[in-house]
Ligand binder design. Structure first.
Ligand SMILES: Cc1ncc(COP(=O)(O)O)c(C=O)c1O
Length: 431
């Protein structure tokens, strides 16, 4: 039996009133998702181009009817089970924020941790809750002992939280940051690894990279990158902002030391609730950034020592667990296949219908991502950017510079093929 199927069966329980369910933290996915479960049970397989199934999944989201949300690299809508959980817990706290009523979060947060660990092939003690990838990356950056003579190797496509942050810390502590570029005509894993191999040396203490680039959508091979870092005794930080909730990942198999993520992106979870993964063997080398009330209870409990924040919005941490549970119910292999299918169709349709376009998303063979980035030459770039959102209601990251329109469009599993076609029509009509 597949891991998703096992998890799904475990998740089924007796039905009950919706809010009571969410507050009590039952693992029942509620009646709202019943048709999804039934279709999976009936059809099976990846269902990549089964539009009827994905339309049923889309009904779990309350996105405005005419809006096409293609901005998953930045922020996603959440399924009903997630936003209802956030709302219910917010109201519950307003009604009763006593210590007694908040005691339930001890169990709920652990349940959420177990869902995340199971989803990613990690141990529960390797997961600590933080608010987003920026915080998680900075937990690593501020928690490692680095100084003169040490080097950190980064990718020029890293997000500022894994790039500017390193330079900032290096200024203070005197280590060196080495930046590597990958080529723009990649087609093998070796091509991707080559510039990192050329730059890594015995002074390298950390190899720090985006699993999937938010700049071009290019995917780096996590397992090979981890092995490269370890070959010189360095650690490896894989920024998973663009892969958690899109890609079917097994962290123990990949072997990375640190994996960071955001709840509000591909996992379709709440804002400001996420986690950092720190491999068990690496935990003694990573100091905690924050020490406050409750430290005594977490300092010897694995990666929980990285989540010592003071009071937090615990309902969101539980809602993150529900987001993971929801995706696990659909199947992370199905989600990766569906999103890759939508993204590759989008790239192909744009190339076909817009001759003045250039895709920056160059994938090594066997890799995909949900992030697509295209440059379009048009004399009306600024006006086109306005029209795409305001007149055609396509939401992505779209900017204009001189005669070039830069279009980052990131479909996810709540998008249908019909919306992909309408998006390409909108681009054609706007430029
Ligand atoms: C690769 C990568 N890392 C980190 C981040 C920061 O994410 P957050 O704003 O959720 O902290 C982003 C945001 O787009 C990203 O793409």
């Amino acid at each position: 039996m597949s891991r998703s199927r096992r998890f799904f069966l475990k998740s089924m329980g007796a039905s009950a009133g919706m809010s009571a369910l969410y507050l009590a933290g039952s693992t029942n996915m509620a009646l709202a998702a019943q048709n999804i479960q039934d279709t999976i049970a009936g059809a099976g397989g990846l269902m990549t181009d089964n539009e009827g199934f994905w339309k049923a999944v889309q009904k779990e989201f309350i996105v405005e009817k005419d809006l096409i949300m293609l901005n998953a690299a930045n922020m996603t809508p959440t399924p009903k089970i997630v936003h209802d959980t956030v709302i219910e817990h917010t109201l519950d706290m307003e009604r009763n924020c006593s210590f007694q009523n908040r005691a339930k979060y001890g169990d709920l947060n652990e349940k959420s941790r177990a869902f995340i660990a199971g989803f990613l092939g990690a141990d529960e003690d390797e997961i600590g809750f933080v608010r987003n990838t920026s915080e998680a990356n900075n937990t690593v950056i501020n928690g490692l002992d680095l100084g003169p003579g040490d080097e950190v190797l980064i990718w020029d496509q890293n997000h500022p939280s894994n790039n500017a942050s390193w330079h900032h810390k290096a200024e203070r502590f005197g280590f060196k940051v080495v930046t590597v570029s990958t080529g723009d005509t990649l087609n093998t894993v070796d091509d991707l690894l080559a510039p990192f191999k050329a730059a890594i040396n015995e002074n390298t203490k950390l190899l720090s990279f985006s699993h999937i680039s938010n700049v071009t959508g290019t995917t780096l091979p996590g397992k090979e990158m981890a092995a490269l870092a370890h070959s010189v005794g360095a650690k490896c930080l894989m920024d998973g902002a663009q892969s958690f909730g899109y890609m079917d990942i097994d962290l123990h198999d990949d072997g990375v030391d640190f994996y960071t993520s955001s709840g509000q992106k591909w996992i379709t979870g709440p804002r400001e609730a996420s986690f950092i993964y720190v491999k068990k063997e690496t935990q003694p080398e990573l100091w905690s950034n924050m020490v406050t009330a409750g430290w005594g209870g977490v300092k010897d409990r694995g990666a929980r020592k990285y989540e010592n924040l003071g009071q937090r919005d615990d309902g969101r941490v539980w809602a993150l667990g529900r987001a993971v549970e929801f995706q696990q119910m659909i199947g992370k292999d199905r989600i990766e296949a569906r999103t890759s299918y939508l993204a590759s169709n989008l790239i192909a349709m744009i190339a076909d219908r817009i001759p003045n376009s250039q895709s920056l998303t160059k994938q090594a063979e066997g890799f995909n991502s949900g992030v697509t980035v295209t440059l379009i030459n048009t004399p009306n770039a600024a006006e086109a950017a306005r029209k795409i959102y305001e007149e055609h209601r396509v939401s992505g990251m779209i900017s204009a510079r001189d005669d070039v329109l830069r279009v980052r469009l990131c479909p996810h599993y709540y998008i249908t093929m019909d919306q992909i076609e309408r998006t390409v029509d909108a681009l054609v009509a706007s430029i």
